[in-house]
Design a protein around this ligand. Sequence first.
Ligand SMILES: [Fe+2]
Length: 310
Amino acid sequence: MPQVKELGYVVYEVSGLADWEHFGVELLGMQLGDKTEDGFTLRTDEKAHRWIVTGGPADDLVATGYEVSDAAELDALVEKVRAAGVEVTEGDGALAAARKVERIFVTADPMGNRIELVTGLADADTPFESAKLLGGFVTGAGGAGHQVLLAHGVSRETYLGFYIDLLGFKVSDTIVEEVSPGVVADLIFLHCNGRHHTVAFGDLPPQKRVHHFMVEVTDIRDVGTAYDRCMDAKQPFEMTLGMHPNDHMFSFYVFTPSGFSVEYGWGGLIIDDETWEVRTLDKLHSWGHRPSEVVAELLAAAPAPNKETH
Ligand SMILES: [Fe+2]
C-alpha cells in the first residue's frame, strides 16, 4: 500500500518575520537557510529547509509537506487519495521550486489543513551548522519532527480515515486524561516511520491549526542551553521541563512569536511495528511540564532556607 514516509517540512505564515528569525536561529539554534521573496527558511539538518516561514496575518501553520519514497509511490498514493473522492492537484514548477522538491501534489485533510505530498526534498549546498548547538537535530528516517494538530470538532473517525486509510499512518497510542474537573484531554498519536509519532490530534482549546511542533536534539545539554536561552530572552513558556509517558520525550514547550508552541526535546522513543503494542494511557506527562506560572508560584511559596543549619 502506498504511504507517506516522513514529515519533510512545514510552512508557517507569521506576522513578525524578524521575531521569528531571532526565535529560530538565536533561541532554537536552527540555521538560516534562504531569504525568500516573502520570508525566510530555517534548516535543522542537511536538507535545504525544514521550516518555511512566510510573512502574513495567519500566525499559524499553512502547509505540511510529507515526503513519499519515490515517483511511483507518489503516483500510487495520489491515485488512492483521489479514488476516495478527495481532491488532489499537481503543484506547478514554481511551487516545486519554492519547496525545493522534485514533484508536488496538494490536497487537504478533513480539518482543511493543506497537505503537500512530495518527492525529492533537496539537500542544501552547504553542510548544516548551528551557531548554538553542541550536537545536532534528530531528523533522518524519522523526518523533521512531529506536530500536534487541532481537530476543531472533526470526528476522530473522519480524520483517521484520511491519515490512516489514505496516507498510511498507524496508531501509536492514545492518551485520555481529565486535566481539570470535567475537562478531558484526548489525544491520538500516529506514526509513519520509527519516530513514535509524526502527527497527533486532539480537540484542544486553541483556535489555531497547530498546537506545537517538536524539534528533537541529539545532545541532552542542548535542551538545557535552549531552555536557558529562551528564559534569558523572556520568551513565554507554555510548559517547563518534563517528560511524556508515551514517547519518553524529555522536553519543554516555549511559545513561538505566533502564539502556538515549539516542543524542544531529547530522547524520543523509536518504535518497531513488529513488536509495538498500541495502548491507552491516562497521563500526558510522566513528570514536570508544569506551566511557568505554577512553577513561579511554587518557588515563591517555598520558605526561605535556614542557612544557619548548613
Ligand atoms: Fe509533542
